[in-house]
Write a protein that binds this ligand. Structure first.
Ligand code: LLP
Length: 434
C-alpha cells in the first residue's frame, strides 16, 4: 500500500487518507474539525525503541524520559507510565497533569530556567524524583526549601556543553550564550558542581545537557557525549565526585516532508551510546546510568490534524489561499519557525494536484498560516484538509487567541478511536472571567 511520509499514513481504495489504519473522513465526521489524532501504537513503539536501545547498552535503569512539553495530557503520562519510562516536565502545570494521571513521580525530572519557590515546593510535596538545576539561585533555593521540608533532594545539574547544532536558532540550546544551564567554557559548570556537593539538603546525582531540537545529524550528539563524559571525569578529578547519571537531553529530528531524511531512533541511540561507552573507557570513568529526553521523535509522526476547508481565494497573478477552520491557534509552528509540513486533501487524497495553495488559519492575523505554496487538487468548501506529523509541539503550543477553542485529541489504537482530550467549549473560554 502507498504510504505518505510515514507507514501510518496511507491512501485507501476509496481515495480517502487513512491514518493508523482508520479512514480520516470518518474520523472528521465523528469528531468534527479541527481535531488532532494520535496513533497510540506508534507512540508506544517509539518509547520502546528508546527504552530497548538504552537498556541494551547500559542495562536496566537507563531509560528515555518523555519530554512532555512536546505533548501533554493525562492519557499520555499514563502511556509513558505503562511503558516503564520517565518524563521530563517543565512547569507546575505539566507536573499537575502528570500527578493527576497517577504518573510515578520518582521517574519525573523537573526542568526549566526559572522555577519559582512555589513550583519547587509543589514538586517536592508531589514526590518529584529529580530537579534538573539550571543555575546558582535555584540550587540555593532548592537546598533551603528541602531543608525546610526535611528532605534530601536529588538533582542533576544542567550543563551547557558549548555545541551549536544545525537547527533553527530559536530551538538551539547547547551554545555558551544560551539562557539555559551553566557553561563548561566559562567555569560556571565546575563552580555549580562544587556548590552542589557542599549543600546539606541536596544529593547531586549527575549531569544533564540538551543541545537543541529537530537535529538530523548525529555528530552534535556524539560530540555532546564526549564533552559530558570528559566533564564527569574532570569533576571526579577535581572533587572526587563520580556522577551516577548522565542525561543527554532530546533533540533527534523527525521527517515532516519528503525531502527530510528518515531517521532510525535505534541506530542513532546506539551510535550515541557507543560514544558514551568509548569515552567512559577513554576517560576512565564508571559507566553511568544514561537517560535521554526525546519529545518530538516520540510523538511527532504519531500525530495528524484534520481541518475543514472554508473559503478558497485565488488572487490572480499572486497567491491562492485556502482557509481552514483552525490555524496558528492549534499549530503555531509555521508562524513561529516557518516549519515545513505535508498537507493533503484527506477526502481526495488520490486526485492529481492542480495548483499551489497557501493554507491560512482563521485568526485575524496575516501571519496565521499553516504552510505556503503546497500542491493540492483544487480545494472546495467542505473538503477535509490533513496536516501530517503534528503530534509534537502543536496541541502543547495551542492557544485561545481570538477566543478560538482548542481542538480535541483522539487516540487511535488497533482500529479503535478514543477521545483523550475533549474539544474546548465556549464555557471553558469564560471559565476564569469574573
Ligand atoms: N529536554 C530539554 C531540556 C528540552 O528543552 C527539550 C526541548 C527536550 C528535551 C525535547 O526535545 P525534542 O526531543 O522534542 O527535540 N517548540 C519547538 C521545540 C522546542 C524544544 C524545546 N526543548 C518546536 O515546535 O519546534
Amino acid at each position: 500500500m502507498k504510504t505518505i511520509i510515514h507507514e501510518n499514513v496511507t491512501v485507501g481504495e476509496n481515495g480517502h487518507l487513512h491514518f493508523a489504519g482508520i479512514d480520516t473522513v470518518t474520523l472528521a465526521e465523528k469528531y468534527g474539525t479541527p481535531a488532532i489524532f494520535i496513533d497510540e501504537n506508534r507512540v508506544r513503539s517509539r518509547m520502546r525503541e528508546y527504552k530497548n536501545a538504552l537498556e541494551n547498552n547500559f542495562g536496566a535503569g537507563s531509560m528515555p524520559l518523555f519530554a512532555s512539553k512536546a505533548l501533554s495530557f493525562k492519557a499520555l503520562y499514563r502511556i509513558a507510565a505503562e511503558e516503564g519510562i520517565g518524563t521530563d516536565i517543565v512547569s507546575p502545570g505539566e507536573l499537575y497533569t502528570a500527578v493527576s494521571a497517577g504518573f510515578p513521580m520518582e521517574r519525573a525530572f523537573f526542568h526549566g530556567n526559572n522555577k519559582t519557590d512555589a513550583d519547587i515546593r509543589y514538586a517536592m510535596e508531589s514526590g518529584l524524583g529529580y530537579f534538573v538545576v539550571d543555575n546558582m539561585e535555584e540550587l540555593d533555593t532548592i537546598d533551603m526549601l528541602a531543608g525546610e521540608m526535611g528532605i534530601r533532594q536529588k538533582i542533576l545539574l544542567r550543563i551547557t556543553p558549548g555545541i551549536d547544532p544545525h537547527t533553527h536558532q530559536k530551538i538551539s540550546t547547547g551554545g555558551v550564550d544560551s539562557k539555559f544551564g551553566s557553561a563548561i567554557e566559562t567555569g560556571l559548570a565546575e563552580k555549580i558542581t562544587k556548590e552542589a556537593l557542599a549543600k546539606e539538603n541536596i544529593e547531586l546525582c549527575g549531569f544533564h545537557c540538551h543541545i537543541g531540537s529537530q537535529i538530523f545529524e548525529i555528530d552534535p550528539f556524539v560530540l555532546a557525549a564526549d564533552i559530558m563524559t570528559r566533564f564527569i571525569a574532570d569533576m571526579r578529578d577535581a572533587f572526587g565526585f563520580t556522577a551516577k547519571i548522565l542525561n543527554l537531553g532530546g533533540g533527534i529530528g523527525v521527517r515532516y516532508v519528503e525531502s527530510d531524511p528518515e531517521i532510525s531512533i535505534t541506530k542513532n541511540v546506539n551510535e550515541i551510546c557507543a560514544e558514551v561507552k568509548a569515552c567512559c573507557a577513554k576517560y576512565d570513568i564508571d559507566v553511568p546510568t544514561v537517560y535521554m529526553e526525546p519529545g518530538r521523535s516520540i510523538v511527532a509522526d504519531a500525530g495528524m490534524t484534520l481541518y475543514t476547508v472554508g473559503s478558497v481565494k485565488e488572487i490572480e497573478g499572486f497567491k491562492n489561499y485556502v482557509s481552514i477552520d483552525g490555524g496558528m491557534t492549534d499549530n503555531p509552528r509555521y508562524t513561529l519557525y516557518q516549519s515545513a509540513y505535508t498537507v493533503l486533501l484527506a477526502n481526495r487524497a488520490s486526485e492529481e494536484t492542480e495548483a499551489e495553495y497557501t493554507v491560512g488559519g482563521r485568526c485575524c492575523e496575516s501571519g496565521d498560516l499553516i504552510q505556503e505554496n503546497v500542491k493540492l487538487p483544487k480545494p472546495r468548501r467542505g473538503d477535509i484538509l490533513a496536516v501530517l506529523v503534528t503530534g509534537a509541539y502543536n496541541y502543547s503550543m495551542a492557544s485561545n487567541y481570538n477566543r478560538i477553542t482548542r481542538p480535541p485529541v483522539v487516540l487511535l489504537k488497533d482500529g479503535k478511536d478514543t477521545l483523550a482530550v475533549r474539544r474546548e467549549r465556549f464555557e471553558d473560554l469564560v471559565a476564569c472571567d469574573i
